[in-house]
Unconditional design. Structure first.
Length: 289
C-alpha cells in the first residue's frame, strides 16, 4: 500500500472510531449498543473496510463493492453501507488532491467522472448490504443492470436519500454544515466526543433523517428531528457537556426501544470526520511542487 493510501486508510479508521466515541442517540456508540449490534461490530468493520476503500487508483465503484464485501466477510451484517458510499469518493479525491485544502475540488472531479461501471459495482454492493427500507425504484433500480452513471443514479434518489444527495452537491452537507460545526465545537469543548455529538445533532436537527424516513415514515423522522433540535440547544448552552449525558442516554434508550436508528445522520458524521482528518493530515503528493 502506498504512503498516501496508508494515510487515507488511517484517516478512515480514525473517523469511524471517533464517531463511535460520541453518545449519539439511537445509534451504536461507546456508551451503548443497539439494534442487535455492538460497538465491536463497527470497530471490526472500520478496520476491515479501510484497505479496500483506500486502494490506490481504484474506481469509486470498486472501492464500494470491495469494502462492503470485506465488511460482510468480517461481521456478516450491514454495519457501514452509508459510510462506505460517502467515504469512497472522499478517499478517491484524497488520492488526487495535492494537499488537504484541495480536497473538495478534487471530490468534484471524482464525482463528475463516475460512470456506468461505478454504478454497476455500487448497485451490487447495495444489493449485498440490503439496507432496511430499500424498496424499489421505477428508474435506475439497484436490482436491475445499471444504465446510467453512478452520479446520475444518485441524482435520481437525491430527493429521498441524504447520502445520495451528497453526490449531486459535492457533499454540501459535509463541507457546508458538518465541518464548520465540528471545527467550532472543537474550539468550545476540550473533549472531541462532544464536538462529534454536535455534528450528529446538527445533521439530525437540520433535516429529517432519511434512514428513519425510509424505514418508519416521514412523521417519525420529523418527530426525531424536533427532539434533536432541543438537544442541540442543550448541548450548545451547557457549561459542561457531560451535564446532558443522562437525559441524552435516556432518549437514546427510548429510540432504540422503538427501533429508531438515525443512521444517515451517523453516516454523515463519519464522512465529516473523515473529510476533516484528510484535510489536516494529508501530505503533498510526490512531485507536486
Amino acid at each position: 500500500m502506498s504512503s498516501r493510501a496508508q494515510s487515507v486508510a488511517a484517516a478512515f479508521v480514525w473517523a469511524c472510531l471517533a464517531e463511535l466515541e460520541a453518545p449519539k442517540p439511537g445509534n451504536v456508540h461507546a456508551f451503548a449498543g443497539g439494534h442487535r449490534m455492538t460497538i465491536d461490530d463497527f470497530v471490526r468493520s472500520a478496520d476491515t473496510a479501510a484497505a479496500p476503500l483506500s486502494a490506490a487508483g481504484a474506481r469509486v465503484g470498486a472501492r464500494i463493492l470491495a469494502a462492503v464485501e470485506a465488511t460482510f466477510a468480517a461481521v456478516g451484517a450491514n454495519t457501514n453501507l452509508g459510510i462506505i458510499l460517502l467515504c469512497a469518493p472522499l478517499a478517491a479525491a484524497a488520492q488526487m488532491a495535492v494537499e488537504g485544502p484541495q480536497l473538495r475540488a478534487a471530490l468534484g472531479r471524482v464525482l463528475r467522472g463516475l460512470d456506468i461501471e461505478d454504478a454497476s459495482l455500487a448497485f451490487r454492493a447495495i444489493m449485498k448490504a440490503a439496507p432496511a427500507g430499500l424498496g424499489h425504484s421505477t428508474r435506475h433500480d439497484v436490482s436491475a443492470p445499471a444504465t446510467v452513471s453512478l452520479l446520475q443514479a444518485m441524482a435520481e434518489a437525491a430527493d429521498r436519500d441524504r447520502v445520495a444527495r451528497q453526490y449531486t452537491t459535492d457533499f454540501a452537507d459535509v463541507f457546508g454544515l458538518g465541518l464548520p460545526v465540528f471545527e467550532a465545537a472543537l474550539n468550545r469543548h476540550a473533549e472531541q466526543k462532544w464536538a462529534t455529538l454536535a455534528v450528529f445533532l446538527s445533521f439530525l436537527a437540520t433535516f429529517p433523517d432519511s434512514h428513519i424516513a425510509r424505514k418508519l415514515g416521514a412523521e417519525t423522522a420529523a418527530g426525531v428531528q424536533r427532539e434533536a433540535k432541543k438537544f442541540q440547544t442543550k448541548l450548545h448552552t451547557a457549561e459542561q457537556p457531560a451535564e446532558i449525558l443522562p437525559t441524552l442516554l435516556a432518549w437514546d434508550a427510548a429510540l432504540k426501544a422503538e427501533g429508531i436508528n438515525p443512521g444517515t445522520s451517523a453516516d454523515l458524521t463519519v464522512a465529516t470526520l473523515f473529510a476533516y482528518r484528510l484535510r489536516t493530515v494529508l501530505p503533498p503528493l510526490p512531485n507536486s511542487g
